[in-house]
Design a binder for this molecule. Sequence first.
Ligand code: SAM
Ligand code: DTB
Ligand code: SF4
Length: 334
Amino acid sequence: MTTETRNDWTREEIAALFDLPFGDLVFRAAEVHRAHHAANEVQLCTLLSIKTGGCPEDCGYCSQSSHADSGVKATKLMDVRAVLQSAAQAKDSGSQRFCMGAAWRNPKDRDMPAIIEMVKGVREMGMETCMTLGMLTPGQARQLADAGLDYYNHNIDTSPERYGEVISTRTFGERLETLENVRSAGINVCCGGIVGMGETRDDRVGFIHALATLPRHPESVPVNALVPVKGTVLGDMLADTPLAKIDDIEFVRTVAVARITMPMSMVRLSAGRESMSEATQALCFMCGANSIFTGDKLLTTGNRGDSADAALFAKLGVRPMEAEEPMRVCEAAE
Ligand code: SAM
Ligand code: DTB
Ligand code: SF4
């Protein structure tokens, strides 16, 4: 078995992994996982929406797009003090990473001073920081790096071929440009996408292929299961065509292939756990998912909640991961 990190995966190799008998795929993913990560340890991250709704982008899955009719109210950017209060609560409940999300196409330069205060304040509490603010210029990425931001989340969401069907207000190439700006600034990359948007197996192959052939694998790979929201293009499409809903086994296969192709990355079982069975989540952990979002809310939709997760961890013998000094990738900036 090879477990080294490779960036030259072919689509055929990835398709062949997806095609493996399920037991073989689970076994192989677990082997790769145990070669690089502590088995039975899962990282806890907490999300906060620091600026909700009213987003000009037309992402077909998102409740926060102004093109959707989801009933989500647009808010202004939160006060720094309120954000830090929320971070302190997350730390008290055992979270290691605080992820702050804003419903922007991109941050305006006038927003940057408050954003920088948030990063510095959360870091001072001893938590890892992550932000997701939309597209960044090279200068904005450097400002965030100077403030000490540990991770930037910017998802490719689906295969390059499917991208234009899900989002029309930006291109896949623009997504890659921001990822490059984040890398060059020396910030760790968090990049993944959504499964269950009515895509084909071939799109899931293309999605993992695009991530696993980046010049450097993202340090975090969030795999979201679509949370169908009424009033969004994809939420309504799934309500009308329930057969398009992703099968649990196919979801687990996607997590396993992410683990095998990106052995060192943290694979985050992200949105969609509220309606996912415990057995499916257990299979995902077995196949190498080693991070989750805690609490009862993601950005605008529900999450499982801490007591349900604690009970699941106890059943499975899973422990919350100890916080570590975040890995820096500053050599990328040299
Ligand atoms: N505006 C920023 C951006 O798009 O980069 C950051 C926030 S956006 C909500 C972050 C990610 O959340 C998206 O890229 C998508 O992968 C995920 N997401 C959004 N809505 C979702 C939904 N209904 N179900 C599952 N994942 C979702
Ligand atoms: C990611 O990939 N998943 C998180 C985080 N990055 C920002 C967001 C999930 C959002 C789910 C839908 C909502 O709550 O609005
Ligand atoms: Fe805006 Fe991000 Fe939602 Fe797209 S995913 S509509 S960019 S908040």
